[in-house]
Design a protein around this ligand. Sequence first.
Ligand code: DER
Length: 224
Amino acid sequence: MQTNIGKKAAGEKAAGYIKPGMTVGLGTGSTAYYTILRIGELVRDGLDIKAVATSAQSEELAREQGIPLIDFDQVDSIDIDIDGADEADAQLQLIKGGGGALLREKIIAAASKEMVVVIDEQKLVKHLGKFPLPVEVATFAWELTFRQLVAIGAHPVLRMKDNQRFLTDNGNYILDCHYQKIHNAAALHAQLNNVPGVMENGLFLHYATRLIIGAADGSVREIT
Ligand code: DER
């Protein structure tokens, strides 16, 4: 994978907020990838943490890096969750799910005291919505859920991968919803999650506490 300097800079910077003894949420995607690699270095240098992963992909990477993973029945609370995003605005509202991990990511984010989001500068937007909003739906009667989403103006498209219907780690489908511009994210979040068959949507509105933005020259800036 070609190194994205901005993603690497942001991902590595986020690892600096981890303190000994913390329970850490490991995000998913090509930016959180750099965070997990950096955490692996810190663990090998003696950093004492425990972690939970937001996807099978991140779990595998964490194991490869020697990061101690724990089961959720051992988790009292998560001190810091570090994850990527597909779009972020200056109010720290996010669209996530480009990697298909949104349901697990939101469960972890909601249980975390802090959520540090790491992005390349191109993902910082004035208005959410240009990136299609991922919506995770049950496979049962997904066509009916699809039609319900059409009826509320979501412009859904079933996500495919290698000419197959994409399946999330949870065995669900993703419908990517093309809004172009989202005017009232809170209202849309409620409307989508009110549709029977919808498991979760990729709007993360009240979780992020810090946004780390990496630039192509390797510099980073933060919004809190
Ligand atoms: O699926 C997700 O929400 C991931 O965090 C992902 O979309 C983030 O994107 P990245 O691969 O550009 O970091």
